[in-house]
Design a protein around this ligand. Structure first.
Ligand SMILES: *Cc1c(COP(=O)(O)O)cnc(C)c1O
Length: 393
């Protein structure tokens, strides 16, 4: 008999009842060090006092009004994002996949309004992940995600990750945009090198097409900058954001330049919930925290410490781990052992990591991870790796 919850997930048999900082608790009091943050969502850890306060206050006053009316929390969050990024304007969604939908619509509408309606194609890369909507799965093109769900949304061209020569050749009179994650998350923590990000920007400019960045996973301080593309010193035309921006409240956004957004006039897009007072009140608090003086400098300092300790861990367990990669607190341990065995051994030692493609385990801890937490992380991962080594393969 089918379970009452549609069985689309492979869930671990863990059930948490409380979270605090970098820690999750089961009902019996067992505590787990959370190096996954609910897939890079709990950017400020669990039950951050400021977020709890802001959300509770907002809940006392007003939950929802719809976008038929003005929403001051939404305007404040948009102003904050415009102040701190390349963007001139912001649309709020409830998730990353909805941000993908709008990014694709916005790019196509832009060229439609520029009398180039034939420019509809979006170029994407293998190993990417852009959500599970029809546009998202067509964009990524991964067989596991698209099989059986056709006809797929047309207009996506898939290239090999890192194939810059292929990119130049793939751009035609039908190309509207390139869509890429600056650091692939689900694909196994694969960063696009800064030089390639710069080249991408140049290629898009030369061809007169838009650059769309998917910073759903790598954004909001995760790599040690507010947004990952800042490391390369470039800016996109359109950017998708979600996950960390709500700190656990479902919230997403599309950021854009005035030019790229120029086709999106009144009535062209909408969302009932998107940008509601609860989500945006929390989003403001998250961005204010991440933009507070020294916050990101401190993230980078602790990320350096964690990476240094993880390098030691990889060296100590050459049969389990192959390499450490990633940026800031968006780290991947490429495994030699089966990554699910390492994740499982982590559960046994009460440390949570997240599997990804390419036999990687992801470490996406709260940005607030303390030095004590780092020491605990290394000690628990070390025990997990030892357990994997001792398990007959
Ligand atoms: C998670 C993710 C998405 C989809 O976001 P949802 O909120 O799950 O819809 C899109 N792009 C990237 C890079 C992601 O990591």
């Amino acid at each position: 008999m089918i379970p009452s919850v549609l069985p689309t997930y492979n869930r671990a048999p863990l059930e948490f009842v409380k979270g605090e900082g970098s820690w999750l608790f089961e009902a019996d009091g067992r505590r787990f060090l959370d190096l996954g943050s609910g897939i890079a969502v709990n950017a400020l850890g669990h039950a951050h006092p400021k977020l709890v306060e802001v959300l509770s206050n907002q809940a006392q006053n007003l939950w929802h009004v719809s976008n038929l009316y003005k929403i001051p929390q939404q305007e404040k969050l948009a102003d904050l994002l415009v102040e701190h990024t390349f963007a001139d304007t912001v649309f709020f969604t409830n998730s990353g996949t909805e941000a993908c939908e709008l990014a694709v619509k916005m790019a196509r509408k832009y060229f439609y309004e520029k009398d180039q309606p034939e420019r509809v194609e979006i170029i994407t890369f293998d190993g990417s992940f852009h959500g599970r909507s029809s546009a998202g799965i067509a964009a990524a093109g991964t067989e596991k995600m698209v099989k059986g769900f056709g006809p797929l949304l047309p207009g996506f061209v898939h290239l090999t990750f890192g194939d810059m020569d292929g990119l130049t050749n793939a751009i035609t009179d039908h190309t509207a945009a390139v869509l890429i994650e600056p650091v692939q998350g689900e694909g196994g923590i694969r960063p696009v090198p800064d030089a390639e990000m710069k080249a991408l920007r140049q290629i898009c400019d030369d061809a007169g097409i838009l650059l769309i960045l998917d910073e759903v996973q790598c954004g909001v301080g995760r790599t040690g900058k507010l947004f990952a593309h800042e490391w390369a010193g470039i800016t996109p035309d359109i950017m998708m954001v979600a996950k960390g921006i709500g700190g656990g409240f479902p919230l997403g956004a599309v950021l854009a330049t005035e030019e790229a957004a120029s086709g999106m006039t009144a009535g062209t897009h909408g969302s009932t919930y998107g940008g509601n007072p609860l989500g945006c009140a929390v989003g403001c608090a998250v961005i204010e925290e991440v933009m507070a003086p020294d916050f990101l400098a401190d993230v980078n300092r602790r990320a350096g410490l964690l990476r240094q300790r993880l390098d030691g861990l990889v060296a100590a367990h050459p049969e389990v781990f192959e390499e450490l990669r990633g940026s800031g607190l968006m780290l991947g341990l490429k495994c030699k052992a089966a990554n699910m065995d390492v994740v499982q051994a982590g559960y046994d030692n009460q440390v949570i990591t997240v599997p990804a493609a390419d036999n990687v385990i992801r470490l996406l801890p709260p940005l607030t991870l303390s030095e004590e937490d780092i020491a605990e992380a290394i000690s628990r991962l070390d025990k997990a790796a030892t357990q994997v080594e001792q398990t007959p393969g």
